[in-house]
Write a protein that binds this ligand. Sequence first.
Ligand SMILES: [Zn+2]
Length: 203
Amino acid sequence: MKLYNRSLIPDEALHPALVKAGRLVGARTRDVVVRVNGNWRNHVSHGVFWNRKFVDKNWLEGKRRDWTTHLYCTATAPPMVETDGGMIELWIGLRQGLINIQSFPTLYSTYSAAEKLVKQFFSTAIHEWKHIADYQNGEVFSGYGQVGAGSRRPNWDVRPEEIRACDTVHRVLAKGDGLQLFPEVLAPLVESIETILSERRDE
Ligand SMILES: [Zn+2]
C-alpha cells in the first residue's frame, strides 16, 4: 500500500489497520494509493474512492498545484504515482472526537472517543476498499450517461456499487465491530488517537 499520511497518527498504527481492511474484502493492497487526513474542521470520518490509474504526486503530498502544469504546452508533466485499481482518501474525524470529550465528559473518555473514531474509520475503510476490489476485478461503475434519462448518475443510495460496498461492510462486521474482531490491528490505532486527543484537550 502506498500510504500518504497527512494525519498526526503514526504510519505504524495506520498501515496495518488499512491493509487489514483491504484484505478483508479481497483487494490487492500492495500498490494501491491511500491518503489519510486528520479532520480538524467539521466532519466525522468519511471517505472517497477515485477510479484512476495515476495520481498527481504533488496533490498527494498536499503541495500547492502549479497551475501552469495544466496548460497543454508545458515542458514537464506533473509527477504521477501509479496505483493499482484506484485510490482511496479517508478522513478521521478528530475534531468530532475532541468535541465529544469536551462537551460530553460523562459520556466520553479520551479512550472511548478514540474507540468511536476508530470504529467509524475502519468501516469507512472497508467500504472504500470494496470499491477498489471491484475496480480491480473489472467492475463497471455507474457513471454519467449510463443510466438513461437526463444522463445523470443515479442517486448515491441506489448505485449498485454503493449497495455492494455497504452490504460488504455489514457482512464483514456482522459478528462484532472492528475493535472486537480485529483488536491486534485496531488497538494500536485507538491508543495513538487517544494520545492525540488528550494532547489537544490540554491545549
Ligand atoms: Zn462508496
